[in-house]
Design a protein around this ligand. Sequence first.
Ligand code: HMG
Ligand code: MG
Length: 307
Amino acid sequence: MSTIPSTVRITEVGPRDGLQNQPGTIPTDVKVRLVDALSASRPAEIEVSSFVSPKWVPQLADAADLLARIKRVPGIVYSVLVPNMQGLEGALQAEVEKISVFTAASETFNRRNVNATIDESIVRFVPVIAEAKKAGKQIRGYISCAIACPYEGPVDPQQVAEVSRHLVDAGVDEIDLGDTIGVAVPSDIDRLYDAVGTVVEPAATTLHMHDTRGTGLACIVRAMELGVARFDCSVGGLGGCPYAPGAAGNIATEDVVYCLHRMGIDTGIDFDQLIEAGRVIAAHLAGEGRSLPGRMFNARCAAQGLP
Ligand code: HMG
Ligand code: MG
């Protein structure tokens, strides 16, 4: 347990990963209120939206408008997903500090997600990364299906290491490993880092758990024991992935923050403000007869008699 970090960096991905999978489009006004409320909770980073094709992900077609309307708080990094040069142009115009390119360790998933092979997607990133670097942006490289693929089943950790190597060679600053469909258990995290750790230090990676089977938090604790100190979480457990059928949202930010703070690990996040942010999106979803799945979010609201 001595290797557990004393501080952990949280990226709040609810506005992007959470909202990209909603059955309807959330009004931009609601998204602005959500992001501003999340900013008040002070995570290290907020993934606000994606500059992707609106035909592929119509839920995030308002990325430029949203980024123009949120109040940016100094010290918080505001980031977006970018699949190609067209997306980078949008990101640069929106003046974000960080972009994320994204590929996968599974060919079938990548084809369905970005209409390209893994190699083609990495070739596509080379000029995107070069231009983003010239503009002084930080660059995250996501690898989806780091544990398993919804179409191909279990993924070989060596394949994840191989894709990590290509992304590092292409110039990304950070590797983000996605358990896209939320199947991992702690021993999978050991196997993943046995392989990926030969390419990049665990401390230089971010882990992106979806919590479909309720094993996300156990995996995060195991990853911390291996030296990982950066995690992606989604307010209230909002989310899923439009190209990963059956996947639930990311692990809920409140569940991670509660656990880490009780373990004496600092995240910089104000828990009460985080609950307020969850209430913004919960109020909107309630109007559509839906609710947030996050356990700590619901427990805290119930304990305080909050709607
Ligand atoms: P394509 O159809 O092969 O691309 O899609 P294209 O270059 O032929 O363009 C088709 C149309 O899209 C054209 O418009 C382009 O202008 C437009 P048209 O001429 O037909 O009117 N277009 C764009 N519009 C706006 N912004 C852009 C853009 N690019 C093209 N950047 C493409 C290829 C990559 C564009 C498409 O497949 C796409 O946008 N995919 C995005 C899928 C996505 O966002 N998935 C979810 C994010 S990944 C994820 O959730 C996993 C993660 O959370 C980690 C984990 O959990 O594992 C990160
Ligand atoms: Mg995801």
